[in-house]
Design a protein around this ligand. Structure first.
Ligand code: SF4
Length: 398
């Protein structure tokens, strides 16, 4: 399930537990959801092999209030996060969705979905008070820069006196905004630069993100005392699933890391990952348009990428389209060599700034994902708003 699915998931599990656990029951359960639309909220995609291709079906029961997420989650303990002194952070979000949302591989955005941002931040002060002195890490797809965030949240964060970090999309990060974030305690920014090749950046939907812009904007960080965590995504495919990464573009990415280091950018870590197809993304839909309907319940393996975050399992350029050619295997080896080449920086094949649970209790937020993890397997192209009863639709009230 992708998207804002907590209400639908809860209903789904309840229904599933009340009927026989076979494939027919799953289908009946999903069909029954539409009969109780008034109780449901959320938009997203459910993927199941039970109904055959296309495996991903959209649901739309209207938007979910962003505040409800915070009242329904409780962070009992910080999680491990080694970019901050002390090695832990408290994860949180103040918005839903990505305000950019056009990256072809990501499951968090969507061109017609605006991010929804909380306006009441008092709970953050209470959350921080339960974890005195522990840094905060905002896992919002892109940290929002709304009026309420700048006028209310930032002063509150400064008054808390703790380090904090968040995630940004470089084309929408102005120098003024960076200075504002840093002046209010932001010490770490994570972003997906993904590639040193402008052709690759265009192919994966990173509009406005170029090698030149990456170098320019990351060059601002050190002057404000902000360190950067950078996702590097290898094995890029076009939005219909054709491999576009080459040995040359892989080398471009390595040279970008060299150039950034040479320019004195304060880098907390480079985080290489392999582009992996996620259900419901533009990449998934593009593959389906070529007749490649991926069964996400039977994931292929790519042992070559075992050292990458999530690289060993899933649909990537080695596994998405039949047997490996020797040319693809050669590229895989070039990627592994590239990841090793940037390994002079901290933990190149580690979880890339990912937050890892540290004694997380059942009431804690679920294991958070790094942007890289969402990205390669991330990112979000939302399906068109379906009408109730249209083919492939579970339910719709919009
Ligand atoms: S990778 Fe996903 S979360 Fe990041 S900018 Fe692109 S759409 Fe947004």
């Amino acid at each position: 399930m992708a998207g804002d699915g907590e209400f639908v998931l809860l209903e789904l599990v309840r229904k599933f537990l009340s009927v026989e656990s076979d494939t027919r029951a799953v289908m009946q359960t999903l069909g029954a959801l539409g009969e109780h639309q008034s109780r449901l909220r959320g938009r997203g995609t459910i993927t199941s092999r039970a109904w055959g291709a296309p495996f991903g079906r959209p649901f739309d029961f209207g938007s979910t209030e962003v505040e409800s997420f915070h009242t329904r989650c409780r962070v009992s303990r910080p999680v491990r996060f080694d970019v901050f002194p002390g090695g832990v952070a408290v994860p949180l979000t103040v918005s839903r969705g990505c305000s950019y949302g056009l990256c072809t591989f990501c499951s968090e955005g969507g061109p017609s979905r605006k991010a929804r941002v909380a306006s009441d931040f008092t709970w953050i002060g209470e959350l921080s008070a339960r974890h005195p002195g522990v840094p905060l890490y905002f896992q919002d797809s892109i940290f929002p820069a709304t009026q309420s965030v700048r006028q209310s949240l930032l002063p509150m964060l400064k008054s808390l006196g703790v380090d904090w970090g968040c995630q940004v999309y470089l084309p929408s990060l102005s120098h003024t905004l960076l200075a504002d974030l840093a002046a209010h305690g932001c010490a770490y920014l994570y972003t997906g630069v993904e590639s040193g090749s402008n052709e690759i950046l265009a192919a994966i939907g990173k509009k406005g993100l170029t090698r030149e812009l990456i170098i320019e904007r990351l060059g601002w960080f050190a002057g404000h005392g902000v360190r950067a965590g950078l996702s590097l995504m290898f094995g890029a495919m076009s939005d219909d699933g054709r491999l576009v990464d080459t040995a040359e573009t892989v080398a471009d990415t390595v040279s970008l890391t060299r150039e950034l280091s040479g320019k004195g950018v304060a880098i907390a870590g480079f985080y290489p990952n392999i582009q992996t197809v996620l259900p419901g993304t533009a990449l998934d839909l593009g593959l389906a348009s070529r007749g490649l309907h991926l069964d996400f319940y039977s994931m292929p393996r790519a042992p070559e990428f075992a050292s990458f975050e999530d690289g060993a399992v899933g649909y990537n350029f080695l596994t998405v389209d039949g047997p490996n050619s020797s040319q693809r295997r050669q590229l895989a080896y070039a990627i592994i060599a590239a990841a090793n080449a940037v390994a002079g920086s901290p933990d190149p094949c580690d979880s890339g700034g990912a937050l890892e649970p540290q004694g997380v209790e059942a009431t804690d937020v679920a294991k958070p994902l790094s942007p890289a993890r969402r990205g390669s397997r991330h990112a979000a192209q939302w399906l068109p708003h379906p009408r109730s009863g249209s083919p492939g639709t579970i339910g719709s009230v919009g």
